[in-house]
Design a binder for this molecule. Structure first.
Ligand code: SAH
Ligand code: SF4
Length: 387
């Protein structure tokens, strides 16, 4: 895997976003802050960055003017560039963010009645190539740094006007690590970011409000359970190894039985594991598949999320019919598992991860070809469901 890069902000300075207290103390040492004062100054910086959401050192009024100036010379707390920001008629909001090296990722905020989840990305593209997933077709892959992951949270808090945090009445209550990339192939990056996100002195989202989705990197599931123990979602999608080997290639390395053993051993903390199952017509959606799924899940506190396949240009699958999806759900429910069918969100703004990025690339290519002045927003593209 690529190394975590030195996190530079868009202005070219090393970013302090994503840095823990020890790292902040080291930054203070670099600007010549006396050793005895560093722990307290680091606490103040931590508070300004993660609790108050300061986007410049100038705002950090509990630090002396001189300290602020020295910090600003050497470091940054600037956000990544927001390339596109969109809001759906259903309240879903989506941002396309560009980092210092020009790479872009998306994050999506999905409000619901009593909660709101931010779907964060962990990699540019994905090293895996699940057959039904658009992200898997993107050629460029690199890990996001902890700061780049965390900055997605800060951008959402900025836009929702939810500083300082924590607050009781906020819209943004949950994190789902379900955006672009396989989070457990960027273990260090996502672990550092989620430790900071759940720190009570900062962003303060407790670990049971965080759900990590993985395609099945078994050894890392075990490690994640021990070290973070957040909510867990497994992208299962098939109940037989021959088919899962094809659909979710990581299965060639870690088989379904090993994956489910890791789930059985995962600390549940009263929260069921979510099994995600994308409904592909004629591929994985038969009654026999549903019955086999029930058999496999035995002994695991589980919930099954049925996801209507979100088609993209060039995809070789189609989505199962509504009738088929509901017949499948009935079998799973009859065995005592909740089996909600995921409702597409943000259709009008292409809220499925990967789609906005592709739209933006298409526009750029067209723009370069025509040498035309920049367009303000992406052109409408086919309807999409949040994956
Ligand atoms: N890499 C991680 C997390 C990101 S993908 C993982 O695979 O779990 C988030 C979810 O969206 C996964 O369950 C993934 O399988 C699913 N998904 C990907 N492409 C999809 C599509 N075109 N339609 C519906 N679901 C999709
Ligand atoms: Fe990567 Fe997840 Fe897409 Fe598979 S489904 S290619 S693991 S992002």
């Amino acid at each position: 895997m690529p190394e975590l890069r030195k996190p530079l902000a868009a202005d070219g300075l090393p970013s302090l976003i994503g840095t823990d207290r020890a790292g902040l103390e080291a930054a203070l040492a670099e600007i010549g802050e006396p050793e005895a004062k560093r722990p307290m100054r680091a606490r103040q910086l931590f508070h300004w960055i993660y609790c108050r959401g300061a986007a410049s050192f100038e705002q950090m009024t509990t630090l002396s003017k001189e300290t602020r100036a020295r910090l600003a010379e050497r470091f940054s707390v600037a956000r990544p560039e927001i390339v596109v920001e969109q809001q759906s008629t259903d309240g879903t909001r989506k941002w396309l963010l560009r980092f210092f090296d020009g790479q872009e990722v998306e994050c999506v905020f999905i409000p619901q009645d009593d909660r709101g989840a931010l779907c964060v990305s962990t990699q540019v593209g994905c090293t895996l190539t699940c057959k039904f997933c658009h992200t898997g077709t993107m050629p460029l892959v690199r890990n996001l740094t902890p700061g780049e992951i965390l900055s997605q949270l800060l951008v959402a808090r900025d836009a929702l006007g939810e500083w300082p945090s924590p607050r009781d009445d906020r819209l943004f209550t949950n994190i789902v690590v379900m955006g672009m990339g396989e989070p457990l192939f960027n273990y260090d990056g996502i672990a550092a970011a989620m430790k900071l996100a759940s720190d009570g002195d900062g962003i303060g989202l407790s670990k049971h409000k965080i759900t990590l989705s993985t395609s099945g990197v078994v050894p890392r599931i075990v490690q994640w359970g021990e070290e973070l123990g957040t909510g867990l979602a497994i992208s299962l999608h098939a109940v037989r190894d021959e088919l899962r080997d094809e659909l979710v290639p990581v299965n060639r390395k870690w088989k379904i039985a090993q994956l489910l053993d890791a789930c059985r051993a995962y600390p549940h903390r009263n929260k069921p594991i979510t099994f995600e199952y994308v409904m592909l017509a004629g591929v994985n959606d038969s009654d026999a598949d549903a019955r086999e799924l029930v058999r496999l899940l035995e002994g695991i506190p589980a919930k099954v999320n049925l996801i209507p396949f979100n088609a993209w240009p060039g995809a070789e699958f189609t989505c199962s019919s509504n009738n088929r999806i509901h017949a499948f759900a009935r079998i799973v429910e009859a065995a005592g598992y909740q089996s909600p069918v995921r409702v597409p969100r943000g259709r009008d703004i292409l809220a499925a991860c990967g789609q906005l990025k592709t739209a933006s690339e298409r526009i750029r290519a067209r723009r370069e070809a025509a040498a035309a002045p920049p367009a303000a927003a992406p052109t409408p593209a086919p309807a999409a469901a949040l994956h």
